[in-house]
Design a protein around this ligand. Sequence first.
Ligand code: URA
Length: 426
Amino acid sequence: MTVFSAVDVITTKRDGGTLSDGAIEWILGAYMRGEVAEEQMSALLMTIFFNGLVPAELRTWTGQMIASGERLDLRGLSRPTVDKHSTGGVGDKVSLILAPLVAACGAAVPQLSGRGLGHTGGTLDKLESIPGWRATLTNDEIRDQLESIGVVVCAAGPGLAPVDRKLYALRDVTGTVESIPLIASSIMSKKIAEGTGALVLDVKVGRGAFIKDHERARVLAATMVALGTDHGVATVAQLTSMDAPLGRAVGNALEVSESIDVLKGRGPDDVRELTLGLARIMVELVGIGIDPETKLDDGSAYDVYRQMIQAQGGDPDAVLPLAPRHEMFVAPRDGIVQSVDALTVGIAAWRLGAGRARKEDPVSATAGVVCLVREGDEVTAGQPLFELHADDDDHLARGRDTIAGAVDLGEGRVGTRPLLLERVGK
Ligand code: URA
């Protein structure tokens, strides 16, 4: 392989040039081997932050991220594979319902997930509140479970796109996380390496999302769809609103409990609507002509959920843990709820103990917020607006201080706003 100079690669990008395939292959490989210094990679990431990557560079960059580790081979399963990735939202427990639902329709869903960071929760943290449930599976166990049950939700092993872990840690401390090519390559390298044949991306946009602006979310969605398609994965993105928390529950065990409600045909309408919207795209992508609503309503999705939890050591009938400390936050006056702010609710849940600031931090299984009102509801002074759950008084106090800013009470009537905003990709 040609050896390049890291300084030449940096200055080429700094001066608006285009990196060759060879230069990208070399710099990512050399960085993995420890031959490119952290400060040099930091400089390159900053030039990419400002100058971007053209589509050909991004395709190669992502390809090299995939090649830095293993790519699971899920061909040969008796069902077509399709997965979903969400860019992260507050109260977003959709994976817990969607994965078994799409499996009940006849697809295999390999949901290799991560843990939560900051104000958005992670699917694994939620499922780990179920007694006995195990997040770590071997590749053979993943394949076997996909064949037998049609769904696995487990930890993405360290072998998938390992260079992403190093790059993400560096982006985190160099102010380069919010770059569309870097976000797109980070997400898509892991999803493509997981071996799924088709993928739906739920790109959240709004106050509680990592991308607040609709146009930027659209560009991120189109960039990820192009990367998936180029790498042979049938990919569609759905932009969805994340101004208000999804559903009522925000917090690990609280969200599992709400997901079970939806699987049993109850639960909040918005969670059901988003789950069915994404499920319809997933079955369409793999050519299954079943309306997922029938599989939710006849209990098949719940049956598959129970099998999935049991297969990974969990007890689907176990009573979920409940926080020892609870308290209501009540309306300070009469009014109409103008908005419930997803970001503030997410931060309150995090301060109550449901989330982590650093990836090594533990999370509480039981802490969180239950939102008792939604936009447009009329409330009277003293009416409970939020239920706060925490493991101790200290966390409860931190959540209480934050939640006061989550609701805006006014006089005007509020119209409903759509949840499913726009589809990107065929
Ligand atoms: N999620 C990822 O996996 N990577 C990013 O860069 C951003 C969100």
